[in-house]
Each structure stands twice: as C-alpha cells, then as structure tokens.
Design a protein around this ligand. Sequence first.
Ligand SMILES: [Zn+2]
Length: 406
Amino acid sequence: MTERNFDPRKYFTEAELVSLTRNLVKIPSHKDAPGFERQVAEYIHNYLLEQGIHSELHPVVDGRPNVIAKIEGKGNGKSLMFNGHTDTVLPYNMTIDPFEAAVADGKIYGRGSVDMKGSLASFMMSMVAMKRSGYEPDGDVLFTAVIGEEGKSEGTEYIVKSDIRADGAIVGEPSDYEYAIGHRGLEWFDVTFYGKASHSGRPENGVNAIEHAMTFISRVKEDLYPVLREKYDEYMGGSVMNFGTITGGTEQSTVADKCILRIDRRYIPGEDKDSVMKEYQEIIDKLKEEDPKFNAKIEVTPESLLELYHPPLITSFNESIVTSVREGIKDVMGYEPNITRGIGWSDAALLKAYANIPTVVFGPGDLSLAHTEEEHVKIEDLVNAVNIYSRITQNFTSLPKEDDPQ
Ligand SMILES: [Zn+2]
C-alpha cells in the first residue's frame, strides 16, 4: 500500500507515544550514568529496528554512539534530517524522582523529559507512523540521535565531519510552538592571571593575581560593555558576556600568585571566535603596557570543545525548510507560528555552519522547564509534535531536489 499523503494520527496511539517517552526518560543518560548515552542510544536503535526502520549505531568517543536512522526516499525529493541529543544534564537537586518518568495531569515528569527525550520520541514516532502507513517519501528522512550536546557536542561534530548530509534539518530543542532560525554563537574563555606569592605581612614583595583580575574586570566593564551594548541582531538579541566563575589564591596569608576568570561570551553575526577573543586580548595588552607586572593570558576553555567552535545559527527566512516548518505548525495548530528570538546555543549552528544544511529549531515543550527541578513535558505537546513533524516531512520531502533558493 502506498499513499500520497498520510494522516499520522491513524498510525500511532497516545499511549504508545507516552510509553516510548517514559522509557527514554527512565534510562539515565547524563555524564555520570553508566556508559553515559550508550544505553539510551541502544534502546532507540533497537526500537527503530523492531519497527522495520533502518538504523545504525556509530561510535563517536569512548564507545558512546550516535544513532543514525533512515527511511529511504524515492530519490527525487529533498532529504530531511531530524536531529536531537540523547544526553541530559545531571539530576542535580531535582525535587521529583528524575528517572521514574511519572505521569500526572497530562504531563510526563523527569530529567530529560523536555530537554529532549520528548522530542526524540516525537521524531521516532513520526517515522514509525510513516513506515506503518506505507507512505514513501520522495526524499530521504534521516534521524540523528547524537551524544554530548550538553557538553562538547561531539555527536553533531561527528555528523558534520562525516558525509551524512540533508537538504534541510530540524533540531528538536523545545520551542513551544514557535521556531528559531537564528541564535547567537557561544564561546567560553579562561583568562589566567599570574602573580608572585609572598607572605601577606610583606605584600610589597609579591604580585597579587586577584588584584590583577579585578583590574581586568573593571577595564572590561569600562571599555567593552559600551561596545557590546551597541550590537544587536533581530533574531538573536544582543551581543553579551558573563563573568561566570573566579578562582584564585592559596590561603589568606599568602599573596595570590594565580587567578582564573571564566567568561561566557555570546556573539552575533559580524563577530566570531577570533574577533571576540581579540577584544579581551587588547585589554590585556593595554594593561601590560600600563603595568609591567601585569601578566595574563586568554585561551578557549579547554573542556568546552572537541575541535569545532560554536558559531551563531544563521538560516535564511527564505529557505524551503523554514517554509515547511512554518506551514507544518500552521496546518496542525491552525495559526501562524512566531519566530523565537534569543534562544541559547544549539547543535543547529554546527549543522548550518559546518555542513551547510539549512536548519530550524523546533521541538515540543517549554524551554524554560529544561534543566529545572521539576522538568516535565505535556503529552498533548508530544502528540502535536508527531503530527507537525509528519506534516513537515510530507511537505519538505515532496519538494523537487534542485529547487533551492540559494
Ligand atoms: Zn537540549
């Protein structure tokens, strides 16, 4: 049986979707879980295989695998990639059982429920519904369930370095019936200040690294903050930075010989990792000129990345994947969706910047619940997401392959 179009609601039940989401939440996949994301990746892989969908496990680092699944198209339509991360943040101080996946008031509770196992389940169920319906898409439908997004994004870095490609992609971060086509780039920097230890009774013999960090902070506020306040992007918001942590010194009675300041810097088009790093370097250079004892260096925080930097996401509003997402949401919800502005960094930026895949962020649930003490996702949002993903798939993969605006 083949159908030109299919209604996904005929081919899955809410109970089935709830059960799949709960099973994903019940398998811990934070960095301290045994094997990290491996068990949840194996679960996804086996589930898809049982549904007759082609799936492979691709080891990325330390045996932690991506899941790469595919429904092959007839080859004459655009190919679509669903992308979602299998890792979650730690449970920290959650006030509910993080892995019971309790259901109450039409919601599923637990770590990863909204960020983003609900999205993974919705992607999977839309592929399962397609498979069961006998619908044959014109273009391929790919699903990449990737590791490490909350860390170094090793999973999507693997995708962009491989030959896995599509004509458009959707990253399923929760977006509450809106969608994002742009967000800021993100880089983390360590500024290390070097001083000279001495007894606190004779501070004149030492050089205090903590004081130098203070001088640097003041200068950044005086010189750089006004520059940043002038910068703004309509899809991303302002160009901003944060002093995240400061650690220094050894004990109260010793002049601090070392101090490390960690900075989070979120930047917009027109800026890049080198240009934002240079702004800090120039301040360091000036302070060195003013005080020969001032000694500091800046580097990208070593544990923040594997190899690729974290550029902004810039997908043109005119891309056909953007039109398909907008129409998919509208078809199911009955209204024109808004564009989300100012969301955090996501793997979508890697897909667009390094693999040239026009990418949109759209997923079920409310992003403000991610990483929270009572993380949860509404079941209704998951059901709608399956329907929306199915609509987007039918719309986008039916477009002729060559017909690209760029
Ligand atoms: Zn996420």
